[in-house]
Design a protein around this ligand. Structure first.
Ligand code: ASP
Length: 358
């Protein structure tokens, strides 16, 4: 297991009582990487060295504890086992800390944010993911601003209540709902966006919160953590000219339980008989099909065009305006949790924690 390795405590508020306490969980990613002298490639490095590069942290007026996963990873190696470990760390320390910041590679941050939003049921404390496009040791790095502002937002309280009690992504001045975020950019600093849901906050001279769109603080229900995920899923992205053998090869894979079907526009797909038959055969064998649009903005509306009516008829579930990242993690999550297929399909088509609109 990827158990947390060590803990560092920073308490700049001393000798005064800290305003709040934040647990930072370091998983890896560019933020904490260095250039390997021999290969010139970016590789993860020790978190204590990362902290030395952020002296500003000692000016914050709250207590910060830091843990690091024993295997610090490039987030391309992220997987459901590490998601479960992150959820368990938060669960174990939930009563001790007011909020959590996860330092994560940008490549799969939106997947992790989505997965955690489903795993952490009845969350009422901030869990903020952030990272960087440039390593923290580089002069022009975006890591320091992202990290410090994520900490500030994690610590933000009003009348003793957290301002952002949900899983979110902070990057390049914007705070996004985690399960609405996508990585859009690998070169410029504006790496993340949320096409179908407004920003939760904008950080300029002041941090301005977009309160009507932030989940309300509801502490009455206790946090429960569900970590079982079923990885027997696939994403089938359509393209003009896709052939029958490709579609059938994916849909008849042994053990397959669910597929995110990335369709055109408002959820449209070819009307060729072989195509709808391949989908219907899969559904008859118990494979769950979830319709997500290749367009970043807008939504799936099955039945709006003739090219999506058949999908509706055979029982493909509409993902409305969900992202592919949230769709695939939701599918893994529900396949891991639900044994009753009617209930699974119902839950898949309804918002669970703000990941889609109906
Ligand atoms: N490959 C890196 C990662 O996702 C990229 C980054 O952190 O920006 O871990």
């Amino acid at each position: 297991m990827n158990a947390p390795r060590f803990m560092i405590r920073i308490n700049p508020a001393l000798p005064h009582k800290p305003r709040v306490s934040v647990l930072v969980i370091y998983t890896g990613g560019t933020l904490g990487m260095v250039y390997d002298r021999t290969t010139g490639q970016l590789i993860p490095f020790n978190f204590e060295q990362v902290l030395d590069r952020v002296p500003e942290i000692h000016r914050l007026d709250f207590e910060i504890d830091l843990v690091t996963l024993s295997d610090v990873i490039d987030s391309s190696n992220m997987n459901p086992t590490v998601w479960a470990e992150l959820a368990q760390i938060i669960h174990r320390h939930y009563a001790t800390y007011d909020s959590f910041v996860i330092l994560h590679g940008t490549d799969t941050m939106a997947y992790t944010a989505s997965a955690l939003s489903f795993m952490l049921c009845n969350l009422h404390k901030p869990v903020i993911l952030t990272g960087a496009q440039l390593p923290i040791g580089v002069a022009r790095t975006d890591a320091r601003e992202n990290f410090i502002t994520a900490l500030e937002i994690a610590a933000a309280q009003e009348n003793g209540q957290p301002v952002v009690p949900e899983v979110s992504v902070y990057f390049n001045s914007v705070l996004l709902r985690g399960n609405r975020s996508s990585k859009q950019e690998s070169v410029h600093f504006n790496a993340f966006h949320s096409e179908n849901y407004p920003h939760l906050a904008m950080a300029g001279v002041r941090i301005e919160y977009n309160r009507p769109f932030i989940r309300p603080y509801e502490p009455d229900n206790e946090l429960t953590v569900h970590t079982a995920m079923n990885p027997n899923v696939a994403i089938l992205k359509l393209f003009p000219g896709i052939t029958e053998p490709v579609v059938r090869a994916i849909l008849t894979m042994p053990g397959l339980r669910g597929v995110v079907l990335e369709t055109f526009g408002a959820g449209n797909a070819p009307t060729a008989l072989w195509f709808s038959e391949a989908l219907k055969n899969a559904i008859d064998r118990g494979v769950v099909l979830f319709n997500v649009s290749q367009c970043e903005g807008g939504r799936v509306t099955q039945g709006q065009y003739q090219t999506s009516t058949r999908l509706q008829e055979i029982g493909v579930v509409s993902g409305t305006d969900i992202t592919t990242e949230a769709a695939i993690t939701k599918l893994m999550f529900l396949l891991g949790q639900e044994t009753n297929s009617a209930r699974l399909i119902k839950r898949l088509g309804e918002p669970m924690c703000g990941e889609m609109s109906v």
